[in-house]
Design a protein around this ligand. Structure first.
Ligand code: SF4
Ligand code: SF4
Ligand code: FES
Length: 250
């Protein structure tokens, strides 16, 4: 029961200051700068709601991405006080009243908080061939689906939960130094197809795509990727396992 005698002051929401990096590389003369916005916090407010509020009421030019608002599409990732996070799954209440938002580093900047993770993910995916390499050229849709042990299916499903948000790459020291590094998201994809009994590729084949400094041997194993993954994928276990396997092939 709310205390009806409580001073009105105590029932008020906080005012938040959001400092946002503004820069539009497509616009001549645009220079990177931090711009401050002040908004009143609402119950259950996420950073996505706060940004939407700013764009609707204060500044329609603010660029940021979102699709699902439910942590599923991976498009709203950004740096929140220096750490990669999904804006739609981040409550303002968990932060002090001053929050700094900058775009994910490493990826091509579209403008303000919007980056082109999709272009990088596609390039990585094509390079690592992250699709099922089955025995047959064509899929027979009339055939009964292949059986799989439940624990194998579960392990594959666990890795398939990746939403390709790019948080793991943004937090990765190696990725900041070499742009051709496949990142934890790339390792996760390889681990997923390695687990899949329907995939005909051998460890020698996987070594061809991740058995160098752009792959597992460039990884410093400090596991920032594991710490920031918003889907809590078992990146630590999978990276350690892949490193061991690839070292045995090499
Ligand atoms: S592994 Fe995690 S952090 Fe990396 S892209 Fe997938 S969901 Fe995002
Ligand atoms: S453990 Fe490897 S992939 Fe993960 S952040 Fe460190 S260098 Fe990057
Ligand atoms: S809007 Fe889809 S993950 Fe945040």
């Amino acid at each position: 029961m709310p205390d009806s005698n409580a001073p009105a002051e105590a029932l008020r929401h906080r005012f938040l200051t959001l400092e946002i990096l503004r820069y539009n590389p497509q616009e001549a003369g645009s220079l990177p700068r931090l711009q401050s916005y002040r908004i009143e916090e609402a119950d259950g407010m996420t950073l996505f709601i706060a940004l939407n509020e700013i764009r609707t009421r204060q500044d329609p030019t603010l660029q940021f991405d979102f699709v699902c608002r439910a942590g599923i599409c991976g498009s709203c990732a950004m740096m929140v006080n220096g750490r990669p996070r999904l804006a739609c799954r981040t409550l303002t209440l968990d932060y002090p009243d001053h929050i700094t938002l900058t775009p994910l580093p490493f990826f091509e900047l579209i403008g303000d908080l919007s980056v082109n993770t999709g272009k990088w993910m596609r390039g990585m995916s094509e390079r690592l061939a992250t699709w099922l390499h089955g025995r047959e050229e064509t899929v027979d849709v009339t055939r009964i689906e292949e059986r799989m042990e439940p624990e194998v299916a579960e392990a594959i499903y666990e890795m398939d939960r990746c939403v390709e948000c790019g948080c793991c790459v943004a937090a990765c020291g190696t990725a900041q130094m070499r742009e051709d590094f496949v990142g934890a998201v790339g390792f996760g994809k390889i681990a997923r197809f390695r687990l899949d009994p329907r995939d005909t590729r051998t460890d020698d084949d996987f070594y061809e795509v991740i058995g160098d400094d752009r792959g597992v041997f460039g990884c410093m194993s400090l596991l920032a990727c594991h710490d920031v993954c918003p889907k809590n994928l078992p990146l630590q276990t999978q990276i350690a396992f892949l490193r061991r396997k690839m070292a045995m092939v090499g």
